[in-house]
Ligand binder design. Sequence first.
Ligand SMILES: *Cc1c(COP(=O)(O)O)cnc(C)c1O
Length: 321
Amino acid sequence: GLVRLHANELPWRQDADTSAGGLNRYPEPHPLELAARLAPLYGVAPECVLPGRGSDEAIDLLVRAWCRAGSDSVLICPPTFGMYGVCARIQGAGVLEVPLLRERGYALDIDGLLAACTPAVKLVFLCTPNNPTGNSVAARDILQLASALRGRALLVIDEAYADFSTAPSCATLLARHPGIVVLRTLSKAYALAGARCGVALADPEIIGLLRRIIPPYALTQQTIEVVERALEPAALRRTRERIAGIVAERARVAAALSALPGVLKVWPSDANFLLVEFDDPARALERTHAAGLLVRDLRRSPGLQHALRITIGSVEQNEHL
Ligand SMILES: *Cc1c(COP(=O)(O)O)cnc(C)c1O
């Protein structure tokens, strides 16, 4: 109820401001209320949650907090999400690669990974389900790594697509393995990519360190408000229905694509996209583009010369595809 004359804000709102809280005011520097509302969604305590501008921001914060430029490194398992390497290179950290094993369905190369984990490696990034291959990392591999890396490096598990999978979240491991960080996002299953909101879930000590380097006011008032509305029970029910719809469509599209001449392989997917290999991927790209569809060209990724990544859309969009 106090009148705010302490922050050099203006006392009136823009006509275009449709927010509940008023965009003339700074939002909370660290949105603790939002963290508290996100905590039950992921089954952790509020002090284990750091909301930020997408999981991309959490990746950046982790690299900056854990890797000294010029001496420390991150370890990644390609083909995988690009931002781990991008953030590491911006920070001046090394990027070690231990490729996933294609012949084993893009499983982790656990022995190779442990062998590559020199003392310079401070962060190991796993993505499950993995982008762009779609498969989940085996739970026993994650447990083995969490134990082996204890006290040596943080194990960062990116679960951007976990909402489309039946595998349990690694957030359940946090209590026993304080060296794990789990990344979740509202960009994919919650249909809020434009709002920019993701979270790091970790031991409170790790969250505390990240909170000290995240810029204040990282999340806008509009983002905070829309996420809070998306977490209300009716909205959550709707989200769950839509996820079930995407999962059903994923199976239908995979079967239909597999039956097409020219399709070499549709990889099994736990996410909302399919990795598809074509005998003539250039032609498949041309045809989809001519039909007004954008799909992801992966031909320049090592080992994926024949591959495109196709997002599952609405029933109508999938029919068109
Ligand atoms: C899309 C994606 C993200 C980025 O999520 P934001 O929360 O939108 O930053 C993170 N990780 C993976 C693997 C993704 O595919």
